[in-house]
Design a protein around this ligand. Structure first.
Ligand code: HEC
Ligand code: HEC
Ligand code: HEC
Ligand code: HEC
Ligand code: HEC
Ligand code: HEC
Ligand code: HEC
Length: 314
């Protein structure tokens, strides 16, 4: 799976084993075998037929075509989108495989009146889902032979450059949990906050971010004031959590890592444990499963009706 993790497995076998199977580790890779299937998209009058291992047949009123899909994005926990190449240019396929309902249009393509195979895949998509990307400098969607060298999200995306450490353990890598709070939060925020928009500061670039650094020195985010349950969206976890009294009142103490360990080294933790730690008076109030009432799951329209957890705790 991850090239670098091989170097880590000798000394951190439990962590590598736990991480290997997580959605983040499996968030991208080459297509090996597509799930077979077919469906019709009415607004664009197109019939899609997916033929393993890697082809999709497209029939529109005007033409028949076949396209090879080369890479997937998404572990499949909610869904998987696909990328294809034309020369050295990378594009997104308009079809996605959803865990809950099989093949359908990719988010944002549902209402299209034609089958659109022209959406470029820029660096953003791969920054969040893959590692060691190989975009050709100054282009919108041109990549070297392999658009990314490592599948999924590698150890280095949260721990910084670990090459020196792997040779000599005394050379400490970044441990997010030991960073000052803003830098700590940024190790997750680099991928878990989309916001309304993001702009580079003069002379800076988002892509210069490395764990341990500060995103606020590189970019400005514009986030939406979210008020309603219905505003729940994909990659909105930061915005929702920031609205919680738990976050506001406990400030720096509460972060993503309070409830999530990307690679638990001792089995699956009880997700309600952090609630009980801070709310000891509520130990046995209304039942043991705190999140089922205070962090309910709801569909988000953005992700083709996948279910997400509301991080606005109330
Ligand atoms: C030769 C053995 C060895 C290899 C290879 C190795 N580590 Fe470590 N690592 C250690 C030891 C020993 C410690 C504990 C150091 C201590 O606590 O004094 C450690 C600690 C760490 C820490 C915690 C640092 C901290 O300050 O809390 C991280 C993160 C880490 N390793 C990541 C990695 C990653 C990622 C890789 C693969 C690129 C890797 N290690 C490869 C031996 C190794
Ligand atoms: C390089 C980008 C990136 C970074 C850095 C990152 N994430 Fe993720 N994370 C993702 C993507 C992409 C997914 C969706 C994976 C999928 O299902 O394909 C995800 C999924 C998750 C999930 C849901 C899946 C699961 O494992 O239960 C959790 C929880 C999560 N991330 C927590 C964190 C935390 C905590 C941090 C910071 C310590 C972090 N992430 C840092 C990109 C990232
Ligand atoms: C999505 C972010 C993320 C990724 C990817 C990630 N880690 Fe970590 N890692 C963390 C966080 C956060 C902590 C601190 C956990 C804590 O103490 O609460 C940590 C702690 C550690 C530690 C020291 C503490 C411990 O649990 O023993 C080691 C060693 C480590 N990671 C190794 C790895 C290796 C090896 C990989 C790749 C296989 C990896 N990590 C991938 C976020 C990540
Ligand atoms: C800002 C980082 C970011 C960008 C940019 C991004 N994603 Fe994601 N994506 C995520 C995260 C994080 C998740 C996990 C769900 C969440 O947090 O909402 C996710 C989830 C997904 C999933 C569902 C995975 C699963 O099974 O859980 C797919 C498919 C996906 N993204 C495809 C794409 C494609 C295609 C693009 C580019 C057009 C893209 N993403 C751009 C961060 C990003
Ligand atoms: C780091 C500590 C911390 C953690 C972890 C934490 N909370 Fe809180 N929470 C707080 C603080 C502090 C307040 C504000 C208390 C007050 O205002 O009296 C709060 C407030 C709340 C409130 C009242 C919200 C409102 O709008 O009035 C609820 C409900 C709640 N927490 C539930 C939870 C649940 C459920 C969990 C676990 C999923 C959790 N908390 C995890 C610290 C925490
Ligand atoms: C108070 C505890 C708590 C905190 C803090 C927290 N989460 Fe979660 N998170 C949860 C719970 C509980 C789930 C649902 C887990 C499940 O269903 O197995 C979840 C699920 C997720 C998922 C999976 C997709 C979904 O929406 O169900 C992602 C991604 C995620 N969290 C990201 C984050 C990020 C990023 C942060 C920091 C901004 C964060 N979480 C902070 C408790 C927390
Ligand atoms: C069956 C649904 C349900 C479950 C399970 C549940 N709660 Fe609550 N909780 C509520 C409701 C409703 C309220 C508001 C009315 C009240 O105070 O009883 C509330 C209020 C709260 C408050 C804020 C009000 C106050 O008095 O400060 C906190 C904090 C809280 N819950 C924490 C927890 C924790 C921790 C757990 C898990 C041990 C938990 N809840 C389990 C439904 C639930």
């Amino acid at each position: 799976m991850i090239l670098l993790a091989l170097a880590c497995a000798t000394c951190h076998p439990a962590i590598v084993a736990a991480y290997e199977h997580s959605p983040m580790a499996r968030s991208s890779g080459p297509v090996t075998s597509l799930p077979a299937g077919s469906y019709r998209h009415t607004p664009s009058r197109t019939a899609y037929s997916i033929e393993p291992p890697d082809r999709v047949k497209i029939r529109t009123p005007l033409q028949n075509a076949t396209q090879k899909l080369e890479y997937f994005l998404g572990s499949g926990a909610h869904g998987r989108s696909y990328l294809f190449r034309r020369g050295d240019k990378l594009f997104q396929a308009p079809i996605t495989h959803y865990a809950q309902r099989g093949w359908g249009m990719s988010p944002g393509y549902e209402a299209d009146d034609h089958s659109d195979w022209t959406r470029p895949v820029g660096r953003d998509c791969l920054w969040c889902h893959a590692s060691s990307t190989r975009m050709i400098y100054g282009t919108a969607n041109q990549y070297a032979d392999q658009p990314f060298r490592e599948n999924g999200i590698t150890c280095d995306r949260c721990h910084g450059d670990t090459r020196a450490h792997a040779k000599d353990p005394a050379e400490r890598p970044v441990n997010p949990a030991k960073l000052p709070s803003a830098a700590r939060n940024d190790t997750c925020r680099q991928c878990h906050l989309l916001g309304l928009s993001r702009a580079d500061k003069p002379g800076r670039s988002f892509y210069a971010y490395r764990p341990g650094g500060l995103l606020d020195e590189l970019v400005t985010y514009q986030t939406a004031p979210q008020q309603k349950q219905s505003d729940l969206k994909v990659t909105g976890h930061f915005e929702r959590l920031a609205m919680s009294k738990c976050q506001i009142a406990s400030g720096d103490k509460l972060w993503c890592g309070t409830c999530h360990n990307p690679h638990p080294s001792t089995g699956k933790a009880d997700p309600n444990q952090p609630c009980r730690t801070c709310h000891s008076a509520k130990q046995s109030h209304r039942g043991p499963d705190c999140q089922s009432c205070h962090m309910p799951k709801a569909p988000t329209p953005e992700a083709g009706h996948s279910i997400f957890t509301d991080h606005w705790i109330r």
